[in-house]
Ligand binder design. Structure first.
Ligand code: FAD
Length: 407
C-alpha cells in the first residue's frame, strides 16, 4: 500500500491536531481552510490566554446526546496525553485551580507551536478555499473547491460549529456532514449569556455578585451552578450562567417556559438568611432601609430587592415585619427571572447539538455512516462546560481521528 492520503476540512484546534497525528503516522495530509488563516478561534480562547485543558475530567464535564460518548473518547486521549503533546511542542503549562494555560499567558503561543509542527511534518495548508461539495467514491473522497479538486483516501471533517462565526466556524461543516449521510442535532448557542424578560435589569447592570443560578423549564430543575454572577442591562452572565445556558437554549427552542432562580447568598439556607435578616433588623432598627443591606449585597442589587418588595428606602429597618423579612429572604435565595432568549451564536463560546454521536465510533472517530470519513471537534453533538473542556475535546478527537485515519 502506498502512502495514505488524507484531507482535513477545517484548520481549527481539532483539524490541526488531526493533521499532526496523521502526518506523524506517515500520511500525506492536506488541510483545507476557508478562512485566510488557520486557528483564528484559538486566538480568542480564554480571553486570549487559552485555557487548553483541565486536570479534572469526568462525565459531568460534557453534555451530549449519548452521555457516555465524550468520556469514551477522552479516556483514549486524556489531559495526561495532551500535556506531554504540547510540552513536546514547547508549551510549558501553568495550572490554576485545575485549569491549564500556556505559561506565557498567550493563546497565540498554542497556535504558533501547532503551525510550526504542521510545517515540520510537511502538512499542506490551503487557506481561503470555498468548498463546493464532497463526493465519496469507492476509491476515496473528492473535495471540490471553487477552483480545485482534492482527492484522498480518507477525509477528516473538523469544521467546527456555528459558535463565533467570525472566526470561521459558520456552520457550513454541518451541511458537509449531512451530505455524507450524517444526522445533525439542531445546533444552538451554548456557553452564552441569557437574556431576561424583566426590564429592571437595566438598574443593576454592571453588578457582580457571588451566587448560584438554578435553571428550571416547565417546572423542572435542569441545571444549577455557583460562582460569580454578572448582571447586565439585558439579563444575566458570568461563568455559572454560561454553564447552564445550553439547557436554556434547548428548552426555549422547544417552546418551554424557562426561568432562572438566582441565589445571592448560597453560603447558607433560607433559615440562615432569615436569621441574618432578623439580626440586622434588631441591630440597625433606626437605620433607613436603604442601608439595610450595606456590606452584604451590592448597593444597586439591594435597591432593586427593596423596590421589588415595595419597601420604601426611607422606612426604618426596625419597622420590617416578619412577613417582609420572609419575602426578602425569598428574594435573596431564589430571585426569579424569566429567560426570554439566549444570546446569539456570535457571543457563544460553543454549540450544543451537531453530528449525532451514535453515528461515530468513539474508539477511532470514524463515521459509522461512511467508511473512511472521520469527525473531530465541535462539529459533533458534544459540548463541554467552561474550564478547558472544549479544547480538550478538540485535542482528543483530533488526535484519535488523525491517528486512525492514517492507519
Ligand atoms: C470566545 C471564545 C473563548 C473560548 N475559550 C475557550 C477556552 O478557554 N477553553 C476551551 O476549552 N474552549 C474555549 N472555547 C471553545 C473552543 O475554542 C472550541 O471548542 C474549539 O476551538 C473547537 O475546535 P474545532 O477545531 O472543533 O473548531 P474551530 O476551532 O471552530 O475550527 C473550525 C475550523 O474550520 C474552518 N471551517 C469551517 N467550515 C469550513 C468549511 N466549510 N470549509 C473549510 N473550513 C471550514 C473554520 O474556519 C475553522 O478554522 C472558546 C470559544 C470562544 C468562541
Amino acid at each position: 500500500m502506498g502512502q495514505r492520503t488524507i484531507t482535513v476540512i477545517g484548520g481549527g484546534a481539532s483539524g490541526m491536531t488531526a493533521a499532526i497525528f496523521a502526518a506523524r503516522e506517515g500520511a500525506r495530509v492536506t488541510i483545507l481552510e476557508h478562512q485566510d488563516r488557520v486557528g483564528k478561534k484559538l486566538l480568542v480562547t480564554g480571553n486570549g490566554r487559552c485555557n487548553f485543558s483541565n486536570r479534572h475530567m469526568d462525565a459531568s464535564c460534557y453534555r451530549s446526546g449519548d452521555p457516555d460518548f465524550p468520556m469514551e473518547v477522552i479516556r483514549r486521549f486524556p489531559p495526561e496525553m495532551t500535556l506531554p503533546f504540547f510540552q513536546d511542542l514547547g508549551i510549558v503549562a501553568r495550572e490554576r485551580d485545575g485549569l491549564y494555560y500556556p505559561y506565557s499567558g498567550q493563546a497565540s503561543a498554542v497556535l504558533d507551536v501547532l503551525r510550526a509542527e504542521l510545517f515540520r511534518r510537511g502538512v499542506r495548508v490551503v487557506t481561503g478555499c470555498k468548498i463546493r461539495r464532497i463526493r465519496a467514491e469507492k476509491t476515496g473522497f473528492f473535495v471540490e473547491t471553487d477552483g480545485d479538486r482534492y482527492g484522498s483516501d480518507r477525509l477528516i471533517l473538523a469544521a467546527g460549529s456555528r459558535a463565533a462565526p467570525s472566526t470561521g466556524s459558520d456552520g457550513s461543516g454541518y451541511e458537509l456532514a449531512r451530505s455524507l449521510g450524517h444526522t445533525i442535532i439542531r445546533p444552538l448557542p451554548a456557553l452564552v449569556q441569557l437574556r431576561c424578560r424583566e426590564p429592571f435589569f437595566k438598574q443593576v447592570a454592571g453588578v457582580r455578585a457571588q451566587g448560584a443560578v438554578s435553571l428550571c423549564a416547565g417546572g423542572k430543575l435542569l441545571a444549577s451552578d455557583r460562582g460569580e454572577l454578572q448582571l447586565t442591562d439585558y439579563g444575566i452572565s458570568g461563568i455559572p450562567v454560561f454553564q447552564v445556558s445550553r439547557f436554556a437554549a434547548r428548552a426555549l427552542d422547544q417552546g418551554v417556559r424557562t426561568e432562572a432562580r438566582l441565589d445571592f447568598y448560597p453560603e447558607t439556607d433560607r433559615e440562615g438568611v432569615l436569621a441574618m435578616l432578623r439580626l440586622r433588623r434588631a441591630a440597625a432598627a433606626d437605620c433607613p432601609l436603604e442601608a439595610f443591606f450595606t456590606g452584604w449585597l451590592h448597593k444597586k442589587l439591594a435597591a432593586l430587592v427593596l423596590k421589588l418588595e415595595g419597601l420604601k428606602p426611607g422606612r426604618l429597618s426596625g419597622e420590617l415585619t416578619d412577613g417582609e423579612l420572609e419575602r426578602l429572604t425569598e428574594r435573596i435565595k431564589a430571585f426569579p427571572t424569566e429567560i426570554a432568549a439566549v444570546n446569539s451564536f456570535e457571543q457563544a463560546q460553543t454549540c450544543c447539538g451537531g453530528v449525532k454521536v451514535q453515528e461515530v465510533d468513539p474508539a477511532t472517530m470514524e463515521s459509522r455512516k461512511k467508511r473512511g470519513l472521520y469527525l473531530a471537534g465541535e462539529i459533533l453533538d458534544v459540548d463541554g462546560i467552561c474550564g478547558g473542556y472544549n479544547l480538550q475535546w478538540a485535542w482528543s478527537t483530533g488526535a484519535i481521528a488523525g491517528t486512525h485515519a492514517a492507519l
